[in-house]
Design a protein around this ligand. Sequence first.
Ligand code: C5P
Length: 313
Amino acid sequence: MHPAAQQITTRTPGKINLLLAVGARGADGYHPLVTVFHAVGVHEDVTVARAAEWRLAITGPRRLPPDDDNLALRAGRLLASRADPWRTAATPRTLAASITLRKRVPVGGGMAGGSADAAGALVALARLWRLDVTRQQLVDLAGELGADVPFGISGGVAIGTGRGDRLTQVIARRTFHWVLVPDAEPLSTPAVYARFDEMVADGAITPTTREAALARVERVVTALSAGDAAALAASLGNDLQEPALTLRPRLQQVLDLGAELGAAGAIVSGSGPTVALLARDAHHAAGLSQSLLARGHETIVTTSSHRGAHVLP
Ligand code: C5P
């Protein structure tokens, strides 16, 4: 028998929302969403090791200070507090760990990087501690940590309803090519939702009804399964884009530049500020990226990712 692994690393994709239809804020403070999550190949790696007490370190190209409120640590503590029914003979008595995040997803970028850290931590710790827990049970727990965390575990393409945490997986094996343009400054998700509320109150925008949103989901899913970049481009939509643009007007220049350079589609990812440009193919994506770099923009060239949080060999 193999000795219990003392260290586990998981890899979890960041996401863009191909469609983000937002309803009016509910009594719980959240907005009912109909969204299509699309995982992309920009990953967070979470390494966990057995330890007597919680520790956190952050490495990689997108660092941030390792504070106690970090979502990966919160995920670890939550799993530890619920783990008793899932204990096995190999589960350590003390459930704590040393967590190292290798961050590649832009921080505060609207791509659910923090949520990916939490999702990756749940999957890694369940393995490290030899818990007898199903993936679905981890997905349910993930929903308590944040609306985007369940999708980090499932990955691929999924329709999200409720707060975005109720997922229906979509079989979408086609690969799409994206050029992501991160912004130098993060945007706060609650601030963008608050701006959405103000703009609704002012009559500048209207919340999307569930029926209208579902019709739009249909178009996205059809384009995805056909592997048709032009049709996908035509079906992209984000109700948080206008609020994000009023908070960060320079994003409009990136959207316009993308169109001018021939991107098939251009959209703000989630609550922003990262802009996602859809390319026709890999060659087109490389060319778009070159042109953007020449104009002083940072780019990340990536594709659809087909796996959620998974343990690396
Ligand atoms: O769930 P999460 O912690 O990621 O959400 C961050 C914030 O985004 C919430 O506090 C809320 O202000 C806003 N939000 C929302 N409606 C959603 C999801 C998030 O208003 N469906």
